[in-house]
Design a protein around this ligand. Sequence first.
Ligand code: SF4
Length: 347
Amino acid sequence: MRRVSKQVLVGGVAMGGGAPVTVQSMLSVPAADVAGNAAQARQLAACGCEVLRVSVPALEDVRLIGAIKAAVAVPLVADIHFDYRIALAALDAGVDKIRINPGNIGGAEKVKQLADACKARGVPIRIGVNGGSLEKPLLEKYGGPTPQALVDSALGHARLLEAQGFEDIVLSVKASRVADMVEAYRLLAAQCGYPLHLGVTEAGTWRAGLVKNAVGIGALLLDGIGDTLRVSLTAAPEKEVRAGFDILRAAGLPAPGPEVISCPTCGRTNIPVAQIAEELERRLAGSPKAIKVAVMGCVVNGIGEGREADIGIAGGMDSAVLFVKGEQVRVLRGNYLEALLDEIERL
Ligand code: SF4
């Protein structure tokens, strides 16, 4: 059962309140390179990114917002630290969500201006707390960035907005230690009704980072917690988006596009499973078909084990068997991959 949270709208995209969990990523081009940011936004939109975030470090960088919005229709979040004037300018430029921590912007009057401006435009605010940047009093109170310290920080920032009558809030409590991150989100989920943005911070490079994100985000999704997510990786943001959808799919939640499953291979393997499965993933990338495709090494176990797939192949002697929903359809010879792709095309 999914946790019931308040719903906010980011551009046209709903977060929380039972809406599908969305996958976000963040642009990684230097802020001064406006054309480069717009080009990367187009690449991310093309691979299905549902919400885009861009750093806006200085007032002059607000020009990124118009350029990115002109390039893509994906809702855009401006990531702003400390300076509420940048947030106000980003709102004027048409941004769809602001990521800012109201406790860091210099007092109630500035929080009021920010909250009023966001409210007037229907723009939500994400409060993003990280283990590495927790307030000193909380570090002293808890003896370090503990899960409850992260939660107290997030709820403390939220109270500043609530005091201004603003509740279109999304919260995140990211930590680099997966166990801390999972516990923090579980505590937060129990202590508020806001939609939650999931992520592991400083997760690392492609392989190690993916494992940490999958364990942390996956554990929470299986608990029914989480309304949007970003897989943070020291890698191209397209990889973050694909990983996000793979984690959703693995947690049994809807994700766009096809899924390729394949057997681990063994002494019975008759066809080059890894080569076919990898090429298949590459060729199917970007396809809108929500199907499961199996590549199995042998007919002995492959057809039965691949039964949950919509379509697949299993290796035979100098041939492969094409099967649909566990039923053999015909024997393929020659280029199995092209034959399988032709069949998928017909589905
Ligand atoms: S499907 Fe066949 S080849 Fe693949 S692991 Fe199972 S028994 Fe081995």
